[in-house]
Structure formats: C-alpha cells, structure tokens
Ligand binder design. Structure first.
Ligand SMILES: [Zn+2]
Length: 64
C-alpha cells in the first residue's frame, strides 16, 4: 500500500501503521480513510496529501 505525505507539514500517512490516535486502524489504505479525516499534525485535509514519491497524480500548481 502506498504512503501519502501531507503537503503542509510533511507528515506521512503509512497505511501499515494507520493513525490510531485518530481512530484509524492499521492497514487502512489512504483512499479508504473517512472524508473528514485530517492530518493529525496540522489538520490539513485529505485533498492536500499526495502519494509519497508518486508521479502518476501530479497536483495542479497554485495560481493556475
Ligand atoms: Zn500535516
């Protein structure tokens, strides 16, 4: 499963570990997280995470 990184603070969501402090079980893929899940460090929304090292889903640049 793919890790996702927070664009704001650099927090990495690791599906293998999940996010127990937010009630997310270990083994939960990023795509299966609830829509209201946010970064546990900075409260950034899921939409502002990107796949760690992934090149297949580039995000639009600000200002476009
Ligand atoms: Zn964050």
């Amino acid at each position: 499963m793919e890790k996702y990184i927070c664009n704001t603070c650099g927090y990495i969501y690791d599906p293998v570990a999940g996010d127990p402090e937010s009630g997310v079980e270990a083994g939960m893929p990023f795509g299966a997280l609830p829509d209201d899940w946010v970064c546990p460090q900075c409260a950034t929304q899921k939409a502002d995470f990107e796949p760690e090292g992934g090149e297949d889903m580039p995000l639009p640049l600000a200002g476009e």
